[in-house]
Design a protein around this ligand. Structure first.
Ligand code: AHG
Ligand code: MN
Ligand code: MN
Ligand code: MN
Length: 339
C-alpha cells in the first residue's frame, strides 16, 4: 500500500451511531449504550463459536426450549452471553429470548429499552460448520412502564431498531434504525475488535430468480403454495426465460443475508405441522422484516398481510413469512390475489 491507499477515516459502529443520533427515534446517548452492548455480545458470541470445536462446545444439552427446539450447548451459552451483555448495558429494562420461557426484567430503574433476541439462529447447522447468527429487535418501553409483556406485545412497526450478526467467513452486522434510515452493513475487524461500515445504505435488488424454501415440507403445504412454488420451476417468460434457482441453507440469517446481497425470495410458509409457521415473530420475522423493508424489499405472511403490522399475543408467537425482493414477493401476492 502507498500512503494515500490507507483509509484512516473509518466509520466504526460507535461512530456511526454518534453521527446518526438525530435519526434514532427520540434517543439521546442511551441508544449508543444499547448498541455498544449489542456489539460486545456479537463479538463475544462470534469468538466463542469460532473456538467451539476446540473446546468441545458442540452438541446438544438434552433440553428443549419453549418452542420445542432441542437446545444446543451454544444456544444456551449464546443466551447467557446475551443476557449478561444486556444487563451490563444498564439501559435495557427487559429481554425476551428464544431460549427463555418467560421475559426477563432487569432491576435498572431508568432503563428505557426492551430487547428481543434469537441468540443463535440456525443452531441445528452449527455442528456442520454452516453460518449461524444472532437476530435482535429493539422497542422503547411504554411511558411509565416498569417493564412487562405489554412493552413488547406490540405491532412490529413500533420497533425502534433491528439488527442481525452473521458468523460466517467474516462476522457481518446489518442494522436499521427504521424511519427511512435504510440498512447499514458492518464487518468485524478482528484485529481492531471493531465493526467497520462497509455497506452504507444497503439496498436489496428489486428482483432475482432465486427462491429459498424448505421443499421437504411440500407435502404439508396448502395447494396455492404448492402451485406457486411449482411455477417458480418453470421458465419465467416475464423475466429472463429461465426457471428460478433453489438456494436453501437452513439458517434464516444466512438465507436472508444472501437475499440482501443477491436478491430473491425467502419463505417459510405455514404447513400442516406448523399451522402458524415455524419462525418466531418477535425475534425472527419482525427484525428481518424491518431490515428487508428498510432496504427496499417486502415482507408478508401467507395471507399477504404485512409482517410489521402483525401483533403477537404471546412472546413466542410464530408467523409464516415471505420476504425479499419486491418483485418476487409481488409474484406471490399476485398468485394469492392480493395484488
Ligand atoms: P433457530 O436455530 O434459532 O431455532 O432457528 C432455526 C430456524 C431458521 O434459522 C431457519 O430458517 C429455519 O429454522 C429452518 O427450519 P427447517 O430446518 O425446518 O427448514
Ligand atoms: Mn432454536
Ligand atoms: Mn432462529
Ligand atoms: Mn435460535
Amino acid at each position: 500500500d502507498s500512503l494515500e491507499d490507507i483509509d484512516t477515516d473509518i466509520i466504526t459502529l460507535p461512530r456511526y451511531i454518534t453521527e446518526n443520533q438525530q435519526n434514532i427515534k427520540d434517543a439521546r446517548g442511551d441508544f449508543t449504550l444499547v448498541l455498544n452492548a449489542l456489539g460486545f455480545a456479537f463479538k463475544f458470541i462470534s469468538q466463542t463459536i469460532r473456538k467451539a470445536e476446540l473446546i468441545n462446545l458442540v452438541g446438544i444439552t438434552g433440553n428443549t426450549n419453549s418452542t420445542g427446539d432441542q437446545q444446543k450447548k451454544l444456544d444456551v451459552l449464546g443466551d447467557e452471553i446475551f443476557i449478561n451483555a444486556m444487563k451490563g448495558s444498564g439501559i435495557v429494562k427487559l429481554l425476551v429470548s428464544e431460549e427463555q420461557d418467560d421475559l426477563i426484567v432487569f432491576k435498572h430503574n431508568d432503563a428505557k429499552y426492551a430487547v428481543c433476541c434469537d441468540p443463535i439462529d440456525g443452531s441445528s447447522n452449527l455442528d456442520a460448520g454452516v453460518s449461524v447468527g444472532t437476530i435482535v429487535s429493539i422497542f422503547k418501553i411504554l411511558p411509565g412502564s416498569t417493564g412487562n409483556v405489554r412493552d413488547i406485545l406490540r405491532a412490529g412497526t413500533e420497533m425502534v431498531a433491528s439488527c442481525y450478526a452473521m458468523y460466517g467467513a467474516s462476522t457481518h452486522l446489518l442494522i436499521s434504525m427504521g424511519n427511512g434510515n435504510g440498512v447499514q452493513g458492518f464487518t468485524l475487524d478482528n484485529n481492531l475488535g471493531e465493526f467497520i461500515l462497509v455497506y452504507p445504505d444497503l439496498r436489496i435488488p428489486p428482483q432475482r430468480s432465486i427462491y429459498s424454501i424448505n421443499e421437504g415440507n411440500t407435502y404439508y403445504w396448502s395447494d396455492p403454495i404448492k402451485q406457486f412454488v411449482a411455477q417458480l420451476k418453470e421458465p419465467q417468460q416475464h423475466i429472463d426465460g429461465k426457471p428460478y434457482s433453489a438456494r436453501y441453507i437452513g439458517s434464516m440469517v444466512a438465507d436472508i443475508h444472501r437475499t440482501f446481497l443477491y436478491g430473491g425470495l425467502f419463505a417459510y410458509p405455514a404447513d400442516a405441522k406448523n399451522p402458524n409457521g415455524k419462525l418466531r415473530l418477535l425475534y425472527e420475522a419482525f427484525p428481518m422484516a424491518m431490515l428487508i423493508e428498510q432496504a427496499g424489499g417486502k415482507a408478508v405472511n401467507d395471507r399477504g398481510e404485512r409482517i410489521l403490522d402483525l401483533k403477537p399475543e404471546h412472546i413466542h408467537d410464530k408467523s409464516s413469512v415471505w420476504m425479499g425482493s419486491t418483485e418476487d414477493v409481488d409474484a406471490y401476492l399476485r398468485h394469492i390475489g392480493k395484488l
